[in-house]
Design a protein around this ligand. Sequence first.
Ligand code: HXC
Length: 257
Amino acid sequence: SKHKYVLIESHDKVGLITLNRPKALNALSTDLFHELNDVLEKFDNDPNVGAIVITGSERAFAAGADIKEMVDKTFAQVYKKNFLGDWGKINGIKKPIIAAVNGFALGGGCELAMSCDIIYAGENAKFGQPEIKLGVIPGAGGTQRLTRAIGKSKAMEIILSGRNFTAQEAEKWGLVSKVLPVDKVLEEAIKLGQEIASFSQPSIQAAKESVNQAYELSLNEGNHFERRLFYGLFSLRDKKEGMEAFLEKRDAKWTNE
Ligand code: HXC
């Protein structure tokens, strides 16, 4: 593989990306992020892929942005070079992305997990935004996504104290959808991905797009956006096929058109 920091596999229609920088606990360097973006784009454009899973190791999903890379950078450098600009690309990926998190998901690692559409966590997972301990603040959406996910008081407490929180807390607060035994997280994430990938791709894409608008639009506008997409799906062969299959009591044969 031409990639140094990520491993790539396919599991039926699920594209699996494993962050692979074990000595640095998968610290998210610019080089790692370039590779991650490259693979995300490849999977997004691959008609045989219906969902994507991102995982790390049992010890660490990712322990944050690479502190060694940041320590000597100046304001002028990060500003002029749009440092961390690469981190926005994941937000434009059309296919569902599931984070399978074991171990540390700290700082940028927590933010990467929150940039995914669904998070499954292992019992030992530790989330947190410890940037305050480094004299900075979260820089890849942590103050925004964590607050939307778990509310102001808890988000403030976590971001201002730099304290970690557990998988069980994350589930209770609605940040992750499932806590699983460590050795089951990836397997269950892939299974979920396969379930998602078994449906018609345009409807899955529309569903993801519409849910994401819930964070951007008023309720009225969001409902309107949803209705437009819903109507639009009636132009697809797969809408007719899905409904006919139901009425004929058989499985649908999707064409993704
Ligand atoms: C660079 C890192 C790193 C990181 C760990 N390492 N996290 N290197 N950047 N974020 C390296 C360590 O330097 C060490 O390298 C090796 O990984 C193993 O880490 P240890 O600290 O020895 O392991 P352990 O004692 O088990 O502690 C694990 C840990 C701790 C609690 C996760 O490593 C830790 O606190 N890491 C930093 C977490 C953090 O502050 N993250 C936020 C980063 S800022 P050597 O060479 O010594 O063996 C951030 C900003 C986001 O993410 C802004 C937007 C992206």
